[in-house]
Design a protein around this ligand. Structure first.
Ligand SMILES: Cc1cc2nc3c(=O)[nH]c(=O)nc-3n(C[C@H](O)[C@H](O)[C@H](O)COP(=O)(O)O)c2cc1C
Length: 165
């Protein structure tokens, strides 16, 4: 791999936090997809937030750049959406994909995203409430949906840093 930069799309800032943390740890430059100076075809790590099961602007980023590692920040525990993201973007088995537990703040959302999140939030809660037992993480997700909060943590970047060694 000859990764040139970390490129991200973030709506409310949690994905940007992960992108910056990864930049600090790797020394790679960090750019938002909307303002990225890299030439077409450059190798990158792409991070986006999860919207309705897909990583926002993955397609756009993959047309411009050669994504070597794909990362999504989500409202689920770290790793819990790796398989569904792989499926929804039809990614090959050897493509490194990581979903990281992000954050949520309804006050940072507007318009259609706010409306959509009310629906997605209900669906996430219903799924958890149907489970016979709830883990501490499940309870934290419910609390985040009700009151907002962040689960962004640099420890979740460890497997990605290992891959880059
Ligand atoms: C409209 C909308 C849809 C979302 N859909 C999902 C989803 O399908 N699965 C999920 O885990 N998180 C979902 N989320 C939660 C975000 O992916 C999560 O809060 C993420 O960390 C936000 O990153 P950001 O601050 O960079 O925008 C959704 C959020 C919004 C606003």
């Amino acid at each position: 791999m000859n990764i040139k930069a970390i490129v991200y799309t973030s709506n409310t800032g949690y994905t940007q936090k992960y992108a910056k943390m990864l930049g600090d740890k790797t020394g790679l430059p960090v750019y938002p997809l909307t303002d990225c100076p890299l030439p077409k075809g450059s190798e990158i790590i792409y991070l986006g937030w999860l919207m309705a099961g897909s990583i926002v602007d993955y397609k756009k980023a993959s047309k411009l750049y050669d994504i070597k590692i794909l990362i999504g920040s989500c409202l689920g525990t770290t790793g819990s959406m790796d398989a569904s993201v792989r499926k929804s973007h039809k990614l090959p088995d050897d493509m490194p994909v990581f979903t990281l537990w992000g954050g949520f703040d309804i006050n940072k959302l507007h318009g259609i995203y706010k409306l959509m999140m009310k629906i997605v939030g209900k669906a996430i809660k219903n799924k958890i409430n149907k489970q016979e037992t709830k883990t501490a993480e499940d309870l934290k997700i419910i609390d985040m949906l009700d009151h907002g909060g962040s689960a962004v943590d640099e420890k979740y970047l460890e497997p990605i840093l290992k891959l880059l060694q």
